[in-house]
Design a protein around this ligand. Sequence first.
Ligand code: HEM
Length: 445
Amino acid sequence: MAEAIALPSVLVTMLGSLIEAWPRQIYTQPLVTTRFLGQRTTYVCDPGHIRSLLVDQAEALEREPFMLRALAPALGSGVLTADGSHWRGQRRTASPMFRPDRVRSFVPAMARAAAATRTRWHGADPAGAERDVLHEMMRTTFEVIVATMVSGDPHLEVEPFGRAMDAYLGQTSWKIALAMLRAPAWVPHPGARGGAAAVRHLRGEVARTIARRRARGEPGTDLLGLLLEARDPETGQPLPEARVVDNLLTFVAAGHETTALALAWTLRVLAEHPEVEARVVAEMAQLGDDPAADPEAADRLPYTRQVLLEVMRLYPPAPLIVRRTRAPVRLGDRVVPAGQSVHVPVYALHRHALLWDRPEVFDPDRFAPERAAARDRYAYLPFGAGPRVCIGMSLALTECLVILATLLPAFRFRPVTRAMPATQFRVTLRPKGGLTMRVEPRHVA
Ligand code: HEM
């Protein structure tokens, strides 16, 4: 196991983007341990060890305190941030929303949101225009999440919600850095006030959504309905109001930001690879007249799916999985004692020299069925693994395919900068400075 000494200067780098502060060895070695201010962090980049950690020894893990410090002010103790029986109960409550038949039933809502974006773009500037494609995708996926999880509550507005999310995520690097320095949570930092105001806005909006639903007198059958109807198996009591807010905010936030990133990175990468784009558009042309409204459409886009998976290899929207050991964990012949950090640096895993041939090269054929089947499942983790695997995985994949199948046949996306945008870790993997592209209709009316 390689051991690297992390320098204090990493803190400065981290504030820019945590990924830049990672030791280089994690791109070439299976296990790397760093020491920083007396704390050890083990980076796990070997598929066998990852399986052993996230699946077989999941019970020995808990949420990483520095991630909680970044996320808990907004998300409280919901399904993403809770551990143990609290987590299990909340996950069970939400799971009916993510069964395959339910996800298929969401396809029309996904198609409607994508069609609204298409109409907006055509209407605003029929000859094409420069647009922040990330912002546009956030708007589209927000509509989907509101339509599916809270039955399209018209009062939840995307623009203020998005601004608050940006303000909140923007200052999480400081929270993470200060937590690593073991500074108490009250220590002031840039962006803290804006972050606190953002939390008030986000939680307030969600609380008002819940109040409107309660006032209606019947809970409904969407995610909010499930949360309101949930009962503690031991006490028979409903979820406390704060937990309902925690979870609804978790699903709205986790469900739209990551999906929008996957879409925006896909549109930008495709612009670099016109031959791949042409094949994707040709595949979409074989769908019927209203492809996106067909519940099975996503199943008929195997090549587009390969493209999406390959984009998420290079640009995983959730680039880091972090845990703390609550009991000793064995990784091969090593034992990580209780109370240490173990990280699966998904971004580095997906570009690891021992796992991928020419890792920096974009090649959707890596995900052709026979090549994918030959690969270790734990070498590719855009949605995590084990009991904490992303609950929204199939919803997200279907949604991305439906949205792409609506927009790509209608528009060409052209880069406005020669280089791919730099990446920035903000819990998710964002393009630094947004993602502006020229969006031109393929057929001018
Ligand atoms: C491309 C889109 C998405 C990506 C890349 C993604 C990625 C991930 C990853 C890597 C995790 C595991 C984190 C960990 O182990 O610490 C996760 C968890 C989670 N995701 Fe997603 N996600 C996506 C879309 C969604 C959607 C659409 C929803 C809901 C509508 C969602 C809800 C959640 C929740 C609630 C968790 C926590 C699960 C738990 O701890 O039990 N995600 N996601």
